[in-house]
Structures are given as structure tokens and as C-alpha cells.
Design a protein around this ligand. Structure first.
Ligand code: SF4
Length: 361
């Protein structure tokens, strides 16, 4: 392990803040543009690697800032090519990110898409019963640099560019809203040519004020709701946040987001045996999806044995393969756009709901 830098990370500065800093150093304005583009396109581990920037400026920056906010602690590769990263944060704590290759291949046999699942907090306070991250409780929200560095460091371990980002890792992105949106602004900055907004998805457990804010700000990114139940009673048991914002309140907010942005909404739905996989659930789910253009991702429940669930969480079981296929078929017959979210990385505890430092040795 390398020594932990004591300097602040430069990625915590917005372009405006960086500009003011360059002015205060007496650096010419054109250098800022040059530095900003080269720094974020190369995402170097040392400022010295930015060879087109004058040596004196590189030295000044090296004395004032660290270029990164974290370092790789562990990398685990799944049989299906999914990579789970454990990053140690220089400001304390650890965080996980997962890089998932698509099954579709290009002419060279490489994945057509690479989706990075990014964390927004260390742990989570929302306590969803099916989620391993919940067992960590909330330790803190991530800084701008810590969100961005998951992208830039993961990119260095991928032979093809990361094409999509989903805020679906540890934590609730809406509870770190401003920082998440600042990271989205940088990742979609056209001058950097990293990602287009439509390749970014923010997934929420249903924090209504965050959804409304995204709508009012007309963010051009995708929005997903972790729904997982079609009745308030079950949803409150699975996701305590539903006591604060019930299904109706969240649906109203999602409809508002659609009206403001015209971007279809995604519903995430984990299937639990005997809980949310009945005929009635199919009917209610179908009805919910008809309020605005949307699609449903149905997701197999993954074991979270390593977190020793207790109480209601310990009773959760995956739906049988047959019931899973039947659920999908019936939604399709009801003209619902439905996708099966694969169990990518399940063998390394990197699948949905499994992130909780389980493989730290
Ligand atoms: S599913 Fe998401 S919101 Fe719920 S506890 Fe896990 S990380 Fe938090």
C-alpha cells in the first residue's frame, strides 16, 4: 500500500473553483482549459504525467493537491467478467464499485457496453431489508472526488471505455444530492467527451424531494425507482423509507419527473418468493407502469447470508425460476416493457444488494 496523501484532492474543486485558484496563482487563463481537459481525460495518478502542462505548474499543483482521493485495495473478477473494486478512501473508510460488461460483443469480441455501478455514500441509513449495505449503517456521504475517482480508477482497469454509469451502489444518491449532481455535470461535460447524460442513471429508494429537485432542474439523466412491492404494507416492511413516502407519493413525483424531462422511468423489482410475485402483484405492477412511459427490470434476489440477516430479512427467499419466468411472461402479455437484470457478479457478491465489503480479507 502506498502512503496516504495528506493534501486535499483537486477533484473536489469545480471548474469555477479551479479557475479562481489558477487566477490566484497567476496562471494564464488558457492553461486552465488545457489542464482541465488533459487532467480529466488522462486522470493521472501523478501531476507529473501531464507532460503538455509546464513543469512549474505541475510542481505547484503537486505541492498543493493530491490528484486522487482513493486507492485500490482489492479487485475481484467474476467468472462472467464483472469486476468488483474495493477502494480505500484517503479521508477514511472504504467503498465498493462494480464494473459490469454487457453480454453483447463487438467485432473484436469485446463487450459492447461497460456499466459502472457507483456508490454515493459509505454505508446507508435507509435500512432496506434485502440489502447488505444497510448492515453497515451510514458512515458518511462521499465527496465529489470520491465519486469521480470510482469512475476514473475503474477506467484504468477496463480495456474498453466505461459506457454507462448507474448510481446504484452503496448509499442513497438523493441523500448526497448536490455532490452526485456535480459529479454528473463533470462526467457529462461535452468538452471532456466522457459520457452522454442518457448513459447515466440515478437510482433511488423513493426520496421524493430529490426526485422533485431533479425534475425542477430538468436533469437529462435517467431515473430508476427501487420499487420491489406493489402494496404500501409490504413496501414498508421491505423498505422503511416507504413509511415516509408511500407508493402514491413516489409515483406522483415520478410522473412529475417524466412530465418535466420526457425521459421514461425504470422500476427495479426484486422478486421474493411468496411476497411480491402473485397474480395480484402482476396486476398492480402493470397498473403502476401505465401512468407514464416506463420499463420494469425484474431482478433475482441474491443471497446476503454473509451479513447474517435477522428477523424479517432472514425470511426473504428468491422466487423459483419458474415463477420468475411466469412473472416476466405475464408482464409482457400486459404490454409492459420488462427486462431481466442479470445476476452479474453474483459469485463475487457484486450483484444488486450485495455490496458490504464481504470480500475484504
Ligand atoms: S437498497 Fe439502496 S437505499 Fe436501500 S439500504 Fe441498500 S443502499 Fe440503501
Amino acid at each position: 500500500m502506498t502512503s496516504i496523501p495528506s493534501l486535499p484532492c483537486i477533484k473536489n474543486l469545480t471548474q469555477t473553483e479551479l479557475s479562481s485558484h489558477f487566477v490566484s496563482m497567476g496562471t494564464e487563463a488558457y492553461r486552465l482549459k488545457q489542464f482541465y481537459k488533459e487532467f480529466y481525460q488522462k486522470s493521472p495518478l501523478q501531476f507529473e504525467q501531464l507532460t503538455s502542462i509546464p513543469k512549474s505548474l505541475r510542481e505547484q499543483l503537486s505541492n498543493q493537491f493530491s490528484p486522487t482521493s482513493m486507492q485500490l485495495s482489492k479487485k475481484t473478477v467474476s467468472a462472467d467478467g464483472t469486476i468488483k473494486f474495493l477502494f480505500d478512501l484517503f479521508s477514511g473508510g472504504s467503498v465498493e464499485s462494480v464494473l459490469i460488461p454487457s453480454e453483447m460483443r463487438n467485432e473484436e469480441g469485446l463487450p459492447k457496453r461497460k456499466t459502472l455501478c457507483i456508490s454515493s455514500q459509505v454505508g446507508c441509513q435507509l435500512g432496506c431489508k434485502f440489502c447488505a449495505t444497510a448492515s453497515l449503517k451510514l458512515q458518511r456521504s462521499l465527496s465529489l472526488a470520491e465519486i469521480l475517482d470510482q469512475f476514473f480508477l475503474a477506467q484504468t482497469y477496463s480495456e474498453t471505455p466505461i459506457t454507462n454509469v448507474v448510481f446504484m451502489g452503496m448509499g442513497e444518491p438523493m441523500l448526497n444530492y448536490d455532490t452526485v449532481m456535480r459529479s454528473v455535470e463533470l462526467l457529462t461535460d461535452p468538452t471532456l467527451e466522457l459520457l452522454s447524460p442518457k448513459r447515466i442513471t440515478v437510482s433511488t429508494a423513493g426520496v421524493v424531494p430529490g426526485i422533485i429537485k431533479m425534475a425542477d432542474e430538468q436533469r437529462q439523466i435517467k431515473l430508476a425507482l427501487s420499487l420491489h412491492a406493489t402494496t404500501n404494507g409490504l413496501r414498508e416492511k421491505l423498505m422503511p423509507i416507504s413509511k415516509k413516502w408511500n407508493i402514491q407519493a413516489v409515483m406522483d413525483a415520478l410522473e412529475y419527473y417524466y412530465q418535466k424531462t420526457r425521459i421514461p422511468i425504470t422500476f427495479e423489482y426484486i422478486l421474493f418468493q411468496g411476497l411480491n410475485d402473485s397474480q395480484e402483484d402482476i396486476k398492480r405492477l402493470t397498473k403502476l407502469t401505465r401512468r407514464f412511459p416506463s420499463k420494469v427490470n425484474i431482478i433475482p434476489f441474491h443471497p446476503i447470508d454473509f451479513t447474517v440477516p435477522t428477523g424479517f430479512a432472514a425470511t426473504l427467499q428468491p422466487t423459483s425460476d419458474e415463477a420468475f419466468k411466469n412473472f416476466q411472461q405475464q408482464l409482457l402479455q400486459n404490454d409492459v416493457t420488462v427486462m431481466i437484470r442479470s445476476s452479474s457478479g453474483v459469485d463475487i457478491d457484486a450483484a444488486c444488494g450485495q455490496l458490504a465489503f464481504s470480500n475484504v480479507s
